[in-house]
Each structure stands twice: as structure tokens, then as C-alpha cells.
Design a protein around this ligand. Sequence first.
Ligand code: NAI
Length: 342
Amino acid sequence: RLFYDKDCSLAPLEGKTIVFIGYGNQGRAQALNLRDTIKSEKLSPVPKIVIANTKDSYASKADEDGFGFTSDWATAASEADVLFLLVPDQVQPGLFNESIAPSLKKTCAVVVASGYNAFYKFLNIAPSNDVVMVAPRMIGTSVRSRYESGQGFPCFVSVEQDGTGKAWDVALALCRGIGATKGGVIESSAKEETLMDLFAEQAIWPAIIATFREAYSALKAYGCSDEALVHELWLSKEPAEVFEKCADDGFIRQLIHHSSVSQYGQLKGSMEVDVGPLKKEFKRVAEDRILSGAFAEEFMGLDKNGPGVEKALESLYEKANQTELAEGEVRVRERLGLKSSN
Ligand code: NAI
């Protein structure tokens, strides 16, 4: 199902207290959009927006934007009719279960922007509460800028728990409130969202990274230079342009922008790749890592009883930087005097 403005009444938000836990990337954009909708649609009684945040630079931003903030999680939770949980996924279970859940109203709707913690059931939410997913497919700055320019943005919606029997009404009102329904909001589920998101991160992009890494070493062994390889494979931004054309013209149709030699090579080659090992790998990642919960358990365990996320990432970066591709690129960037943007 697809939902547009006309399918979503804002009435379920009237007179409600809507609490944002977190004022970061998504929290700020969604709170600003909602405040503007409340004003422009003249909701009455006017819903109250509360920002709950630890005292940090994000909280100062909430102050600057005229919301103010509270760091009293328990009071914010006890007042919330709707509670957006918009802190990083790995922070949510600890914060929610310890500081928010004990004070939550029995009928409060808990809103997540990714399926992760809802699908893996890491949040202790009473059966009487609603749990809805409103998950923009955009970074926060785009959620805000598209709203300001009168456009919607791609967004998934689902009801994961309908404690009040009215969770769908609230979910759709929120989708409209944050401005997503102008472009059509897609019905999904925490399971689907988590599977696709983690699959892209753990199967698709790793296959792409490994393809480039191995291609680099293979072509280097045939005598290609670092300069030529780095430019040919990504520095020219050709792959970025191809993906942009995939979105503009169609995944296959964009091939018409390439030469006949290229079109023939790409189409024939893609039919000849031995996809057996790839299919096996995709099944392993989807079933043994994502759906089984093994990845989530491993990742959440890093901070609890492992080396910590930061240390684990450090060691993975160290390995990735010791490949021919990474070392070759360092030499080329140094010779060309290219600086990274971060
Ligand atoms: P973020 O990284 O921008 O979060 C920052 C916020 O979390 C700040 O308010 C900060 O004060 C708070 N915070 C951080 N650590 C904390 C801690 N230990 N205790 C208390 N508060 C803490 O988060 P982001 O990226 O907005 O993500 C929020 C949710 O939105 C996540 O579920 C994420 O998966 C989802 N999402 C994010 C998208 C993105 O573009 N970043 C896109 C779509 C969904």
C-alpha cells in the first residue's frame, strides 16, 4: 500500500504531547517539519512538542531552534502520547529500557525510524503500547530541505504493535505531519526494513568493495599503473554517474548512454558471471547473519563484553587500508596533492 496526504488525517495528533528523544540527524528534521505542519494545518488543540536530550551540542541546537529541551527522561516519558526514539540504534535499548520505559504511559505510541530494535525486540515495550515505524529513506538534512521546498520524501511505514487499536491512525498522521506523504509513503515492516538495510550493508556493498579490491589487484598484476587504475575505477566519478543514471533513466535502460562495445560487454558479461557463490553468500548473510539475529547479537556485544565498536572499527580499517587498492590510492592522492573531504 501507498499512502498520500489525502489518506492521512492529522486529527489523531490534536492536543497530544509529542516527545522527541534525540535531536540529531532525524530528530531535528522531523521535529521542525512537524512543528511547521502543526502551524500551517492549524491543528487544534495544538499538539505540544517536547525535545528530550542530554546536555550536548544537539540540545543547544534545540534551544536555538526555539524548542528548548529537557534532560529529564522520566518526566518526558510520563507526558508523552507519542514518543519518537531518534538516538542512534545502538544507544536505544539501554536508554529506553532503563530511563524511559518505566515511566511511559500505557497508551503511548513509540515511534522508531529504523526497524532494527523493533525487529530484534531489543526494546522492552508493554503490550498496551503502540509501536510504529516511520522510516525516512533520506538523511535528515534532506528530510528538512525537501519539506521546505514542498516535496515529500520516500519513507516506510508500519505498525509493529497495535496496543490501542489505533496505531495505524497515529502512524499515518505522523507520516503526514513530518511531510512524507506528499510523495507517497510505502507500507513496509520492521523485518523488511531491517533485512533490506542490513543486506545492502553486509552483502551488496561488501561484494562491491571486494570486486573493486580484487579487480585492482588483478589489473595491477597485468601491469596497469596505480594512477590509471584509481582514475579508471572511481576517481573519474564514472561509477557515481552511472548510479545516478540508474535512478534517472532505469537500472538497465541507462546502458544506452554507453558505447555499443560497452553495452555488449556489460549485458553479455552480466549473464556469464558465475553467480552460484554470490547466491550462496547472499543466503548466508540473509539467513545466518540477519534473520537469525547473529549479527545484531555480535554487534551489540562489542560494547557490552567485547573490544567496543570503536576498537573493532579501528582494526577493520587497519586491514582494509593494507590492501593493494588502498595503498595504491594513498600514493596517487599524495602525488596529485588530493585531500579527502574528511
Ligand atoms: P544521530 O546520530 O544524529 O543521533 C544524535 C542524537 O542522539 C543526539 O540527540 C544525541 O544527543 C543523541 N545521543 C547520542 N548518544 C546518546 C547517548 N548515549 N545517550 C543519549 N542520547 C544520545 O541519530 P540519527 O542518525 O538521527 O538516527 C536516529 C534514528 O533514525 C536511528 O534509528 C536511525 O537508524 C534512523 N535513521 C537515520 C537516518 C540517517 O540518515 N541518519 C535515516 C533514516 C533513519
